[in-house]
Structure formats: C-alpha cells, structure tokens
Design a protein around this ligand. Structure first.
Ligand code: KIV
Ligand code: ZN
Length: 509
C-alpha cells in the first residue's frame, strides 16, 4: 500500500542526499531534571542507538563527572560503529579529559550571544574568539576530530557568530553546529542562518534545536532544506527544559518528506520504550510516533474508515516504526469496531445484538475508561449468554448505604409484573444488605446459593464479572444462574442476582 502525500508539495528545494543523526540522548537528554542514568544504563542505551544506526552518539560530558568519564571509557571499549563524541568546554582540562577516555571525537562549545558573554562568561567577543582558536587548535593537535558549537547561536549577532565559526574552521574544526539553545528560532530564520553559514564558512553544518516553542523538529527540517547535513536529536525528544528535536520524529520526517534514509525506523518503538523505562520519563499518550495513541482508533467513523483502508486515518503504516494499529473500544466506539474486534477475538456475535453491545460498552466506559479485549469478550459473552430473556422482575430503585462503623443498609423497589414493592434491609456488607432487601421485596422465597466474583484484568479499574446462583425454595429446588459484567461490585452483583431471579421466574410461569 502506498501512503501518498496527496497534492501536498513538500519542498522544491534541493536537500542533501545524506543527513547524519547525532544522538545526544545520553548527554543533553540526560540533562533533563530527574534523570540519572547509571553507567550500565547508558551503555545499554548506547548499544541500542548504535544498533538503530545513528551516525554519532554524544555519550556524555567527560569533564563533568566521574560517571560520564566511566561511561565514555566503557563506550570506547564497546567499539561502536557510531562516532563517539563527548561535549567539552573550550578548555584544555576538558579536552584532556576527553582524550583520557580514549575518544577520537569532541564537541567543543562556547557561548557567543551578548547575554551569555555578559552574564555568564564575563568575556569580550575578542577574548571568546581567542579561546575558540586556542581550544580548537589544541584539540586538533591532539588528534581529535572537532565539532564546534556557538552556544546560543540563534541569539548571537550574525557577524560575530560568523567570525566565531570561521575561527573554529580555520583552527581545524571539521563540522560547525548551530544550537538554537533556548528554542526561539523560527523555521524560516533557521533556514536563513544555515544558508548564510554554509555560504560564509564553506563548512559542513549541523543543527541542535531545542523545543521550547515546539519548533525543534520543524527547525531541524528547515535546516536540512538549507543544506545542513547533520541533526542533533534525542530519543523521545528528551533534553534540557522542553527537550531537543526527537530522534524518531526527525528520522521519520526525513524519510517521508525527502526520502532520506537515516536510522532503522523499525527499531524506533522499542528504543523509545526502553529509554522511557530507563529514564523514568513517560511518553505522552499523544506524542507523535511513539505515544500510546499514535495508532489507536476509537471513534466509530475513524474505525469504519480504517477497516476499509488504513490510509484514511493513518499518514504512514505503524509497522514502519515497529508498531501495530490498535482499535480501541470505549465510549466513542461504533458497531464496526466492535464487530471487527470480536471476530479478531474469535467470537461470532450476531449483528442483531450489536446495538445492545454498543450500549453496554458505552455505559461501562465511564470517565473515558477504555475497554480492553478480555473485558469486551466478557461483555459480549455475557450478552450472548443472557440472550433476549424477558424481564418480569424489575429493580426500579436501589440504594445502599455503607461505610466504616455504619451498618450496611439497602432499600429497593422491585416491580413484579407491574406490581411494585419497597423493602429496606441491613446486612453484613453492602452486597448482603442488597440481596436481603431484594429478597424481602419479593412475595415468594428465593435462596441465594452462591456468589462468584472475578476481576477481569486484575487492575484497579478492571470490570468485574459476577455469577450468582439462586434456588427457588418454594418450587422444585432448581438452581438458576445470573451473570453480569460491570464496574461496581455491588451494582454488578445486584444485576446478576436480578437476572438469576428472572430466569427462575420464567421457569415458574
Ligand atoms: O543547547 C545547547 O546549546 C547545547 C550546547 C552545549 C551545544 O546543548
Ligand atoms: Zn542543548
């Protein structure tokens, strides 16, 4: 199946044939508050990134901690296919730390915006240029391949930024990286800046876009359109504050929009889940690609479309990123999705009862609860089992009062073939009180024989399935069963009891 782009023009610009993914999950991603990965965690993630096929891995910031040095040293020993980088300030001590870990690649940075020069570095522009020349030449003289970043580039005066990058390139830097450090640039601005720097420096350009305004991926793609050949990214869009451009989103966009192959997209879902688990940063349900709902269809109209042709509501097949489609069952569901789900579950359900099933599902998905497969199967099987039995005995009112240090008391009004009787009873618990009150409201005796109660999924929001057996003590002593599926244990038991009573009653008349 071809997932077309319709009449939408992606770009008329010439994009590079090859774009490298520089993954900084282990450095910028790890700088997200509350994330503290162990050495082993980082090694495991690095292996997965390598298997995914990222071109470069920023494994840490050697001068920043013992852990980072241990990680970087271990990663060198791993012999990854990706080029392994460490972040480094423009200081000899930092550069030495990277060399001691055995790396061949370094990412040197220094801030260049006026606000950073004044309030952070307390240096003049001339001093900064001198530091760049000195540190880049030092790193190159030690045999390192250098990527150089002007921190806060997108808020730096262009002429000075160009001088800073030229100083780096003239001193031997092989790649210049443009960080949108506080995520304020717009795609058109990023396009202009990248174009101008390629024109003025002639160096290969990388970009490092933060997501403070939600533009990190758009800015990265605009940069590629301007000729950037490397994009810095983090899995799940992790990173300082609102994060960096998400590796998976950038890679998928490069493929879908420009047919540029980067990482193995089929491994995206797996690594996303693993990074979420290791970092403790959950992925938002609605996050593109890897969010729980990205391929989940619930509303009747959408499911109908999807069942006819998946392209109706999916821009690309979920299998492309290692996922599968999910038809969710809940209060927006339509008959089509229920039928499809049930046949996938091997339950043949008559069309004539689909509306009853739909009504039951909707009433049980209170508060937006999603009905999972086994719950749906239980509801359907219960409806099938119940059939179209007549309701001679109706529970028209039911209330139960219970709590701590309160005697559970139930009041019911039961209507038998049009005649109503009200009764209140206490019991050892709310179920017992309800059963006693219902029995008291009947004008014949019925024995409550057995109650079986099961939580369907075992979760705290699980539906429960109740079976009640009753014995008609005035008649032939036969047992009648009632079954119900519901949310509340007491309500569901009462439903099952009323069903058993009706089965018993139908036998008697
Ligand atoms: O966001 C940023 O500016 C950075 C630099 C260190 C490249 O992460
Ligand atoms: Zn950053």
């Amino acid at each position: 199946m071809s997932y077309g782009r319709g009449s939408g023009v992606v770009t008329t610009r010439k994009v590079p044939d090859k774009v490298s993914i520089y993954d900084t999950t282990l450095r910028d991603g790890e700088q997200s508050p509350g994330i503290a990965l162990t050495v082993d965690d980082k090694v495991t993630i690095a292996r997965m990134l390598d298997a995914l096929g990222v071109d470069c891995i920023e494994g840490g910031f050697a001068a920043s901690s013992d852990t980072d040095r241990k990680v970087l040293t271990r990663l060198v020993e791993e012999g990854l296919s990706a080029d392994l980088y460490s972040l480094s300030r423009c200081r000899h001590g930092d550069i030495d730390a990277v060399i001691e870990c055995g790396l061949k690649h370094i990412h040197l940075f220094i801030a260049t915006s006026d606000i950073h020069l004044r309030y952070k570095l307390n240096k003049t522009r001339e001093e900064v240029l001198e530091i760049i020349r000195d540190s880049v030449s030092y790193a190159v003289s030690k045999g390192l391949e250098v990527m150089f970043s002007c921190e806060d580039a997108t808020r730096t005066d262009y002429a000075f930024m160009r001088d800073a990058y030229m100083a780096a390139v003239d001193s031997g830097a092989s790649v210049i990286d443009i960080p949108d450090t506080v995520g304020v640039c717009m795609p058109a601005g990023m396009y202009e800046m990248v174009s101008m720097l390629i024109r003025d420096t002639g160096a290969p350009v990388a970009v490092h876009c933060h997501n403070d305004l939600g533009l990190a991926v758009a800015n990265s793609l605009a940069s590629v359109e301007a000729g950037a050949t490397m994009v810095h990214t983090c899995i799940n869009g992790l990173g300082e504050r609102a994060g960096n451009a998400a590796t998976e989103e950038v890679a998928l966009n490069l493929k879908l929009n420009y047919d540029i192959d980067t990482i193995d997209l089929s491994g995206v879902d797996r690594i996303s889940k693993m990074v979420a688990r290791y970092t403790g940063y959950p992925v938002a349900y609605n996050k593109p690609l890897v969010g729980r709902n990205a391929f989940s269809h619930e509303s009747g109209i959408h499911v109908h479309g999807i069942l006819n042709n998946t392209e109706t509501y999916e821009p690309y097949p979920p299998e492309m990123i290692g996922r599968s489609r999910e038809i969710a069952v809940g209060r927006h569901s339509g008959a089509h999705s229920l039928k499809d789900k049930l046949s996938a579950l091997g339950i043949s359900f008559p069309d004539t009862m689909l509306n009853d099933l739909l009504a039951e599902v909707k009433s049980l998905s209170v508060g937006g609860k999603e009905i999972c497969d086994i719950e749906l199967a239980a509801i359907a099987e219960n409806l099938l089992w119940r059939g179209k039995s007549e309701e001679h005995v109706k529970l028209s009112e039911f209330i139960v009062i219970t709590g701590k240090n309160v005697t559970p008391t139930a009041t019911v009004t039961v209507t038998v073939d049009g005649v109503s009787r009200t009764c209140a009873q206490t019991g050892s618990g709310p179920v017992d009180a309800a059963v006693n009150a219902i029995r008291g409201a009947l004008d014949y005796k019925i024995a409550f024989e057995e109650l079986r109660l099961e939580s369907i999924t075992g979760g705290s929001d699980s539906l429960c399935e109740v079976t009640v057996l009753v014995k008609d003590s005035t008649g032939d002593g036969q047992i009648s069963a009632g079954k119900a599926v519901g949310i509340d244990i007491v309500d569901t038991t009462v439903d099952a009891f009323m069903q058993a009573i009706n089965r018993d009653y139908s036998r008697r008349i």
